[in-house]
Design a protein around this ligand. Sequence first.
Ligand code: AMP
Ligand code: ZN
Ligand code: FE
Ligand code: FE
Length: 274
Amino acid sequence: MIDLHLHTTASDGRATPEMLVAELVSAGITVCAVTDHDTTASIATVTALAQPHGIRVISGIEITAVADDEDVHTLGYGFDPSHPGLVSFLETQRADRRRRLEEMRARLEAIGLSVDLEAEIAAHSRGGGKALGRPLLAAALVRAGHVATMSEAFERFLGRGRPGFIARQGATPGEVVALVHAAGGIASLAHPIKLKRDAMIEPLAAGGLDAIEVFHPDHDFNAVLHYRQRAERLGLLMTGGSDFHGRDSGRVNAMGKVTVPADVFARLAERLAL
Ligand code: AMP
Ligand code: ZN
Ligand code: FE
Ligand code: FE
C-alpha cells in the first residue's frame, strides 16, 4: 500500500519518526513519502528506520505557497533534499513562520493576552529544521489560561479575521512548482477540496504543475471522481495519502485507508524514474 502524505514532529505532526514508522508497519504501507510542512528534517531518519521493514521512502514535502492571501499547500516528491536552492528557500520559509508567530504574539499582548511563545517553542522543538505554526500559539494561549482548548484559540483569536491573525506572505504556487522542478522533483496541488479554488488548477497546470492530490481523507467519493477527471482532462498525474498527523492529533487516522492505487503510482514512478 502506498501513502504519499505523512507528517511528523518536524512540523505539526504528533508522531516522531520512530512512531511514524511503527504506524506504517502496522498499517501495511510499503511505499511512502514524508511530507512535512516546509521542512525535510525527518526524511533521512524515517528512511533509515523504514528500510529494515522493506518500506521504501520517497523524498517529500508540503510547501505553503500563497495566492490571493490564501495558503496553497503544494506537495513535492522525488526531489534532492540537499539541493541548495531548495534548502535556502525552506530556511526562509521557516524563518518567516517564526517571524509571523512573533508578530501574532505581539498582537495578542496588545489586547491583554500575554503568552510565553518562546517556552512553547522550546517545549515543541527539539533539534533543528522544525517548521513552527499557529498551533504553537494556540497551545500557549491554552497554557496561559486565556482559552480552554486549541480550537477555541483559533475560533476567537488565531483564525483568519480574528484579532491575533496576520496573513502569511510568501512564494506563489508557480514559484514553488519551479523550485521543486529545479531540485529534480515533481509538484502536486495538495487537497484541492480544502483550497476551494478549482479555477487555479488550469493555470497552474499550464505553468508546470505535474499532479493533483486526488486521494485524501477530505475527498469523498464524488471529490475523488471530480479531481480524477480534472487530472485526466489536464494531463496531470495523481497523488494521494492519509495526511497522517499522529494518532492523538484529533484528526481522523486514514493511514491504510486512503492510499494511492498501484497503477496511479506506477505513472508517478515512471515520471520520477524511480
Ligand atoms: P499556520 O501554518 O501557522 O498558518 O498554521 C496552520 C495550522 O493550524 C493548520 O495546519 C492546522 O493544524 C492548524 N489550524 C488551523 N485552523 C485551525 C482550527 N480552526 N482549529 C484547530 N487547528 C487549526
Ligand atoms: Zn499539517
Ligand atoms: Fe495540507
Ligand atoms: Fe498535510
